[in-house]
Design a protein around this ligand. Structure first.
Ligand code: PLP
Length: 387
């Protein structure tokens, strides 16, 4: 008997951790490889979780998340998007990643097809493949006006067996933001064809021209084939907490309850009570991070946008730059070289899906001083080897 299903046997470690694990926590390295900054979660959120523990909040809770967190999420989303959500559509999984996993498991199995808008964060590819589905990509391309992909190009890749389309906007790693009009076109098509859109909106608060990115929630009806996945990791600097949320079709409430029980039966209670504080008191902090990320983008724009050696377009959202070096078609070699010679941690492009081998990803969420030094070293390496 084979020890694993074929899909599990074929899994690969993602390229980010593959590079990073060699020098993880090495204080000599400026870590621009993971999707997080260097500011810890603010005290008022940590205090709320501490008080929850002190108050004995250590028991099982509602499968879809603490009612006060789901209420706070409803209020947050209603106000942010000017909508009126039914609270029964909200479930709190252990982070956004688990939300994507459950959504994918719900609709795909062997013989189905899952379509991913690329480039994409590598764990999404793995989640889709684990279902047994055949996976393919509709990929953004780099133009003089930024990363672009029309809805027609996405729809060209749809097959009769397509069960889910994954879209991450603002996009990790390119910073592409899907417009309201494009969201509407995709939603209309998927409503008609009964294909599930898994909309990953974890960077919803990281855009550079407004308070939030366009959300599918602003245009969808409550029983549209749509799961919007989000979480606390990025906008509130809570990556280690593992708290996410999903907004699902109303008629899927029972299935989300049942499948949540198969996974982790919502997430840690005290972390959820910290998340309530994040929603109720965190708007100032979200804006402070937005300002820092804006500064980060200015720095990467200056570093790569004005340098003749780099192919680069400024991101519209999220907190990553995804350039390539002219004359270098091996982004992994570049990343390994920068780590070995300059002690800067980057993510190799190949891991973000097909067609990205030449690229590398820089996370610019870190504080400006460290980021500036990291960028200076990347440029020194590029000039030395490719200049
Ligand atoms: C596009 C995207 N989705 C999901 C996640 C994971 O979020 P969480 O920490 O809530 O699992 C990330 C993390 O980098 C991401 O970039």
């Amino acid at each position: 008997m084979k020890p694993f299903r074929d899909e599990i046997e074929a899994l690969q470690q993602n390229g980010i951790t593959k590079v990073a694990f060699k020098r993880l926590h090495d204080p000599a390295v400026i870590p621009l490889w993971f999707g997080e900054g260097d500011i810890p979660t603010p005290t008022f959120i940590r205090d709320a979780a501490k008080s929850a523990l002190d108050n004995g909040e250590t028991f099982y809770t509602h499968t879809r998340g603490r009612p006060e967190l789901r209420d706070a999420l409803k209020s947050y989303l209603d106000e942010l998007y000017g909508i009126e959500l039914d609270e029964r559509r909200i479930t709190v999984p252990g982070a956004a990643m688990l939300g994507v996993t459950i959504a994918a498991q719900m609709v795909m199995t062997t013989g189905d097809h899952g379509l991913i808008v690329g480039p994409v964060w590598p764990n999404i590819d793995a989640v889709f493949r684990v279902t047994g589905a055949d996976v393919s990509y509709a990929s953004q391309h780099l133009t003089e006006n930024g990363w672009r992909l029309s809805v027609a190009e996405i729809l060209e890749q749809v097959r009769p067996s397509t069960k889910a389309i994954f879209v991450n906007s603002p996009c990790n790693p390119t910073g592409w933001v899907m417009s309201r009009q494009e969201q509407q076109e995709l939603l209309t098509f998927c409503r008609d064809q009964r294909i599930l859109i898994i909309a990953d909106e974890v960077y919803h608060r990281t855009v550079f021209d407004g308070p939030h990115a366009p959300s599918f929630l602003e245009i969808a009806e409550e029983d549209d084939p749509l799961v919007v996945v989000n979480g606390f990791s990025k906008a509130w600097a809570m990556t280690g907490w593992r708290v996410g949320w999903v907004v699902t079709p109303k008629r899927h409430e029972l299935q989300w309850t049942a499948l949540s029980e198969c996974f982790n039966t919502t997430t840690n209670v005290f972390a959820q009570l910290g998340a309530v504080a994040a929603l109720e008191q965190g708007e100032g902090f979200v804006r402070q991070l937005q300002t820092q990320y804006k500064r980060g983008r200015e720095l990467v724009d200056q570093a790569f946008g004005e340098h003749p050696l780099f192919n680069y377009q400024s991101p519209q959202g999220a907190f990553y730059a995804f350039p390539s070096v002219k004359g270098c078609d091996d982004g992994l070699a570049f990343v390994e070289g920068v780590l070995a010679e300059e002690d800067v941690g980057l993510a190799p492009g190949y891991t973000f899906g097909p067609g990205n081998d030449a690229h590398f990803r820089v996370c610019f969420a870190r504080s400006p001083k460290q980021l500036e030094e990291g960028l200076r070293r990347i440029i020194r390496f590029a000039e030395k080897h490719y200049g």
